[in-house]
Design a protein around this ligand. Structure first.
Ligand SMILES: [Ca+2]
Ligand SMILES: [Ca+2]
Length: 475
């Protein structure tokens, strides 16, 4: 079932209906005075806010072509900054995507390459450790997924001064958990979750405290606490992921808001309302920055960890959540990994701009390190795309982009220029090749006509995959 919707005319550059006129906020006129009033270090180092949605599709935002779900505040972010139309997540599901984001290493050799209960090791160098070492106050509010209670992988042992949210993936499914983690301790909530087990997953029978509300409140409090020093806030709400334990009723949201009276199936009303709450949280964060006069000196980077899901009763085709792309979460087709990405930094990033730079999560660590004046590790798979953000020439680029994935029989993918290759299973013989410049929807396999390109991308896959005792293809 699909909504009637006009075709998207420019799949590589979605319509700019959301890009309105840019108005100078009054705070901008005051900013030199505010900067003078702050200590030198705070004025020199911009604040960084990294916002990561969970399973938000490439087509789920107004500024990326969505016609039915309203996202005015995120669209405003894009109007004030830059849309990155060819930016890719680290993987097609949560944990590995977040591991790539935090470590700058792709799934061919990063430590956590799939959804499993592994923990980052002390020697894994995270984005938070890099920024913390450059004098930033660091906080994670939301879902971590890279370390469990009592392990070396928890955020507070991986560079975050503060943490409030979920450690465990399954716990994070639950929008009404009986507890959230604050630092390394459980903070009890009023919700009641029968049979929650060791990790706090399940469906609450008493639903009092909705976790996105608590996370939003904590994000604002973090900004309040650290407004006078350079800070890095990683805000990772679970919206609009499903509570998978809830089956067909897994799209947990307290009310349907403006969608209550719409002629959508119930789970689609819920998806729209969840994305609306994400939009609202972003709006409150931006208002908080303005309140403290930090609006100009803060880089906000917004993205999603993977494509849209078919869980909790959700139908990702109903609103065209993948936009013009093929596939959803768990695919290495574009719809599984290409994510709506926006960067805003007034006076630095040109308002209302769009970039087709083909970047990915491994680029985030070196980019934010450069913004912070920090030194990143030398072995990363990404490069800083700060030149792209600043409108300068982007000289350094990754040689190619690479993903591997172990569910559904396993797969590998490579993006090199206009070419995209997918091999299933990992290490197997069958390779599909697509020319994204002609065929964004990956409908025409042109491998047979381009054997040299296939050989080159196959070589890239072979050199990128590093054997690991933790990650094996199931025969
Ligand atoms: Ca996800
Ligand atoms: Ca570490």
């Amino acid at each position: 079932m699909r909504l009637p919707s006009p075709p998207l005319p420019l799949p590589l550059s979605p319509p700019l209906s959301c890009i309105g006129s840019f108005r100078l906020a009054s705070a901008a006129l005051l900013s030199p005075l505010l900067l003078l009033a702050l200590p030198a270090a705070a004025a020199d180092k911009p604040n960084i806010i990294l916002i990561l949605a969970d399973d938000l599709g490439y087509g789920d935002l107004g500024c990326f072509g969505q016609r039915h779900i309203q996202t005015p505040r995120i669209d405003r972010l894009a109007a004030d900054g830059m849309r990155l139309t060819q930016f890719y997540a680290g993987s097609t599901v949560c944990a590995p995507s977040r591991c790539v984001l935090m470590t700058g290493l792709h799934t061919g050799h990063c430590y956590i390459r799939g959804n499993a209960k592994y923990n980052l090791r002390p020697e894994d160098v995270t984005l938070a450790e890099v920024l913390n070492s450059a004098g930033y106050a660091t906080g994670l509010v939301g879902k971590w997924g890279l370390g469990h209670e009592g392990s070396a992988g928890v955020p507070t042992r991986q560079g975050f001064d503060e943490f409030f949210g979920y450690l465990d993936q399954h716990h994070a499914h639950n929008y009404y958990p009986a507890f959230l983690m604050r630092g390394e301790e459980r903070e009890e909530l009023k919700n009641v979750v029968p049979g929650e087990g060791d990790f706090g997953s399940g469906v609450a029978t008493r639903k009092i405290e909705y976790s996105p509300d608590l996370l939003q409140r904590e994000a604002l409090a973090f900004i309040d606490r650290h407004r006078a020093e350079p800070f890095f806030l990683y805000f990772a709400p679970t919206l609009p992921h499903a509570n998978n334990e809830g089956g067909k009723n897994g799209m947990e949201v307290p009310d349907l808001g403006q969608y209550a009276g719409q002629d959508f199936p119930d789970p689609q009303k819920r998806l729209a309302a969840m994305i609306g709450r994400l939009d609202d949280a972003l709006g409150k964060i931006m208002a908080k920055l303005k309140e403290h006069g930090l609006d100009e000196n803060t880089l906000v980077l917004f993205s999603s960890d993977n494509g849209p899901h078919r869980e909790g009763g959700n139908d990702p085709t109903f609103f065209d959540s993948s936009g013009p792309l093929r596939g959803i979460k768990r695919d290495l087709y574009e719809g599984g990994i290409r994510v709506p990405t926006i960067a805003r930094w007034p006076g630095k990033i040109r308002a209302g701009s769009t970039s087709d730079y083909a970047g990915w999560f491994p680029d985030v660590l070196p980019t934010l390190a450069e913004v912070a004046g920090a030194t990143p590790p030398t072995n990363l798979d990404g490069v800083s795309f700060l030149p792209t953000l600043l409108g300068a020439q982007q000289k350094d680029r990754p040689p190619y982009l690479y993903w591997e994935f172990y569910e559904g029989g396993s797969a590998q993918a490579v993006r090199l220029g206009k070419w995209k290759a997918i091999r299933r299973p990992l290490g197997g013989e069958r390779i599909e090749l697509f020319d994204l410049s002609q065929d964004l929807a990956e409908e025409r396999d042109v491998a047979a006509a381009n054997p040299e390109v296939v050989a080159r991308l196959k070589a890239a896959m072979d050199e990128s995959h590093v054997e690991s005792p933790l990650w094996k293809v199931k025969k």
